[in-house]
Design a protein around this ligand. Sequence first.
Ligand SMILES: NC(=O)c1ccc[n+]([C@@H]2O[C@H](COP(=O)([O-])OP(=O)(O)OC[C@H]3O[C@@H](n4cnc5c(N)ncnc54)[C@H](O)[C@@H]3O)[C@@H](O)[C@H]2O)c1
Length: 340
Amino acid sequence: MNEKKLNFGIIGAGRIGRVHAETLAFRLPQSRIMAVTDVNREAAQSLAAHCGIPKVAASAAEILADPAIEAVLICSSTDTHADLIVAASKAGKHIFCEKPIAFSLEQIDRALAAVKTAGVQLQIGFNRRFDANFVRVRQAVASGEIGKPSLMHIVSRDPAPPPLSYIRVSGGIFMDMTIHDFDMARFLIGDEVEEIYTAAGIMVDPEIGEAGDLDTAIILMRFRNGVIGTIDNSRKAIYGYDQRVEILGSEGKIEIGNCYPNQAVVSGGKSVYKDLPLNFFMQRYTESFAAELQSFTQAVLENRQTAVTGIDGRIPVVMAMAARMSYDEHRPVRLEEVGV
Ligand SMILES: NC(=O)c1ccc[n+]([C@@H]2O[C@H](COP(=O)([O-])OP(=O)(O)OC[C@H]3O[C@@H](n4cnc5c(N)ncnc54)[C@H](O)[C@@H]3O)[C@@H](O)[C@H]2O)c1
């Protein structure tokens, strides 16, 4: 067994920074957090106190200059990712970066080129690939258990929209939310999407529309291998986080439903009911967040390719661009029009 620990620095101590810091600090004995930084120093201090992190660095540059730090977690807002990937690569640090890499392909390609030149490891935060349910679906497709797949349906609805301040800098629903479903589509089918058609609207909150975004969408995808898939997104499902998948194949189908906080079913004189599904991603995907960091740490320690590469980070951004273009132009868009 490999006894070595991987020394981490964390950049960004917001929502997801906290999730990852807790994994490293409390669940992953092969990791050690050396320092954390955030432009909001109080956020970094609070996270350091919570997770027993010995140092609050003044800046990302200070983290990158620390020779004891071998890997960084980039958990800051998306507009900072590309520059940080470039800087971390130049500093020779292995990189775990949250999705999306950036909002433009130019920025993404610049970042991926720096990673390649430096020869460091990069993993993108598509955590759902590590969820036990989705892993089982992938296994059923890859092993031929359900025969040749023909149809795929992904339902992915949030319990409530994020604040407008978040929406405004999020890159839009396709880049921020659907991006996970685009990654799932590629991962589950094991093939690339060629063409996308989007029907979308503003059905949840007119202010989301005023901010230039959409809150409700169906995205139709045609894969190279002929599979037809849909993604059904809403920023609001009153009953909680709705995360389901079904794939139909020539020998059967596989589906996963929502996850619940308990198994209880209450039967009364007029109805039979159970509690609402786990409310949001931090509850629903807790285990996958831990598993993705475990996988990254293991890959770096064993000098193996990471499970979610830079290209896996780039293609869903292309899909998000195609989805938006399809909506804007009311037509199917081939991914090659956007930049495969
Ligand atoms: N994988 C997932 O399921 C998932 C979930 C949530 C967020 N994310 C991604 O994680 C990233 C962060 O999202 P969040 O929800 O945690 O946002 P957040 O706003 O809660 O946290 C971001 C933090 O980064 C800090 N920051 C910004 N610029 C910085 C810089 N240059 N150096 C250091 N700190 C800086 C901010 O002060 C803030 O505390 C986004 O890219 C988002 O898309 C991924």
